[in-house]
Structure formats: C-alpha cells, structure tokens
Design a binder for this molecule. Structure first.
Ligand SMILES: [Zn+2]
Length: 349
C-alpha cells in the first residue's frame, strides 16, 4: 500500500518508471482520488490474528491458486491519469530505463535474429546475450556482428531507398555477381573468390581439431556462441564450442573486412588466394597472441583456469603442437603459429 500512499509522490515524479507494477498502482491511486470522502489507512502487523488481515491473507491465498487470474479493471479516467516523469526528478538511470521500456514496447523481433534463432532453435535473448561473451568474441568483431544483426550497414537495398540519388543506387549491386549485395550475399553467396577461401580454411582447420561437420550459415556463424556440440552421451563439449565461436566469428568478420577493402580501396580488384590465406592466418595468430597475453596477465584464482582454457582451445590448431612445452601459453618466448597444412589430429572436446 505504501506504493499508493507514502511513495505516491515519488513514483509520480519518476513517471512510475522504476515501479514494478505501474499499471496496478496507477489504477489504485486513481481509484483513491475518485473517492469523495477522505480515505485513511492504518497499518496492522501481519499474521498476528487481526481478523481482517487473516481474511485478506485467505483471499490472497485462494486467488494465488486460481488457474486463471481475475480480470482487474485498470482503466484510469483521463483527468486522473498522470503520465511522464518530472524533469527535475529525471536522472540518467531513469531516462535510460524509460527509453529501454519504450523501446521494448515498440520493437518487434528483428528479422535477422528471427532468422538465426529459428534456424538454430535458440531464443532471441540467448542469442543477444551470447554476443556479450567477452572472452570469445573480441570487441571489434562483436561490434560488427551487432551492426550486422541490426541490418545497419550501408549495403544492398539500403542504396535503393527512394531518397537515394540515382547515381548512388548502383552501389546496391555486387560488381562481381550483379546481385543485390546484402550481408547474406557477402558472407554466403558472393562469387568473389576470397569468401570461399576463408570458409574453406575454416572448415579444414575445424575438421583437423575433430570438430563435427558444420556448414557456415547465418545461424552457425552469427549465432556461433549458441551452437551446441554435444558428445555421444549428450554432454556439451565446451572447448569445442568455444573454438567454433572464435574460428567462425573471426572468419566471417575477415570476409567482411576483405570485402570493404576490395570495394573501397581496390576498385573491386579481388585478393588472390595467397593474400586471403595470409590474412586468415594472421587474423587467427593475432587472436591467439591476444588470448595468451590476456591469460598470462590474469591474476588470482582465475589465472590457472584461463591458461588451461587457452591451451585446450588452441593446441589442436597449432603447428608442431607435439613439441609445445607444457607452459607455452604464458611463456612469451615460445613462438607458435597456426598449422598451415591441416591434417587430422586429436582435438580435446
Ligand atoms: Zn557478389
């Protein structure tokens, strides 16, 4: 009841943004205001044998057991409806919350996420939170994925919007294939050779680590951190899942970067196979270097765990890995490279 009485002014000033049941509280406050007579409340201690309190408890208990809730009238007369928050009560936290509330009311699931989530049967929320797995997806790649999933890059149909001058509309089309150049085209359909070379490198190396067959798709790449790789008994193979997330997201992001360099800086001149291969190895080697340094700099109880994780994820991908010293991850003197001639070897699950 305090929500409707002593805290009323505070909630009204804040536009009920931080309140858990705003619709209900607002309706109770409006009902109180509509009463002609003075309404007073008296606080009584609960569960102490007060007859009305016992009765209220009993009614609440019965209502909680109902299979369907009662339909409660929540309409508020327009003259009693208080909307918005007082600017003097507005804080950054409050404003942020209000925007989030408005946004979640407005926004429909985004087409891209729906596509991903349906193809890999995972929930939208799980997918968005998977993007926040900081140790698996680097900040730069995460930003690219986020922008891609929001369909916010200026590619494909964006150039065909009515307001676009005619001379810019030709940018909608891929110069190689004469098809609309959206992200699906760039990542999964373009005839430009670099794209296929990257996916081939990914597949080859993934298989050498004992990974099960998987085709790069919207779901398996943009939702990489949600793809489960269970063993025969149905248990998750976490190291394998992490390895896939790193390889798939880094590879996809590289395809995008190569595409941008080609279109913007090379007048659409494709990269040759060697250039693409070198870029892929360099991307992963840089990533491995980052992981090793991060693990080595970790302090406290997390350190040993981190070092072990890096070791488990990367060892099967490293050239001459049979010669690696046991503490290679943290020893910066130990130079390692990604295996250039992948052949089947044992990967830890
Ligand atoms: Zn193309």
């Amino acid at each position: 009841m305090a929500e409707a009485t002593s805290l009323r002014k505070k909630h009204e000033d804040q536009g009920y943004i931080l309140q858990k049941e705003p619709e209900l509280t607002k309706a109770i406050v409006a009902a109180l205001r509509q009463r002609k007579g003075h309404t007073a409340f008296q606080w009584v201690k609960g569960h102490q044998g007060h007859p009305l309190n016992e009765l209220a408890d009993e009614l609440a208990g019965k209502a909680a057991k109902k299979r369907r809730g009662n339909c409660v009238e929540l309409t508020i007369p327009a003259n009693l409806n208080v909307t918005g928050a007082r600017l003097t009560s507005m804080t950054q936290k409050l404003a942020y919350k209000a925007v989030r509330q408005m946004k979640s009311r407005e926004t429909h699931p985004r087409p891209r996420t729906v596509k991903i989530t349906t193809s890999e049967s995972t929930s939208t929320n799980k997918h968005w939170s998977s993007l926040r797995k900081k140790d698996l997806i680097t900040k730069e790649t995460r930003q690219w994925m986020w922008t891609t999933l929001h369909d916010a890059y200026w590619i494909g149909n964006r150039w065909l919007e009515a307001s676009m001058p005619a001379d810019l509309q030709e940018r909608a089309v891929c110069k190689h294939c004469n098809a609309t150049e959206d992200m699906t085209h760039i990542l999964f359909a373009c005839d430009e050779p670099g794209r296929e070379i990257v996916w081939k490198l990914l597949t080859e190396h993934w298989q050498t680590t004992g990974g099960p067959p998987i085709i790069p798709t919207w779901g398996s790449v943009l939702g990489a951190a949600c793809v489960p790789f269970p063993n025969d008994k149905g248990a998750r193979r976490v190291t394998m899942e992490r390895r896939w997330t790193i390889l798939a997201t880094e590879s996809a992001h590289l395809i995008w970067k190569l595409r941008c360099e080609r279109v913007i800086g090379r007048e659409n001149e494709p990269f040759n196979e060697n250039e693409v291969r070198n870029r892929w190895y360099a991307t992963l080697e840089r990533r491995l270097d980052l992981e090793r340094r991060y693990a080595a700099l970790t302090e406290g109880r997390q350190r040993a765990k981190r070092l072990k994780t890096v070791d488990a994820i990367w060892t099967p991908l490293i050239q001459y890995n049979e010669d690696l010293p046991p503490n290679w991850v943290e020893k910066c003197g130990v130079l390692v490279g990604i295996c250039k001639t992948p052949c089947r070897r044992s990967g830890q699950g």
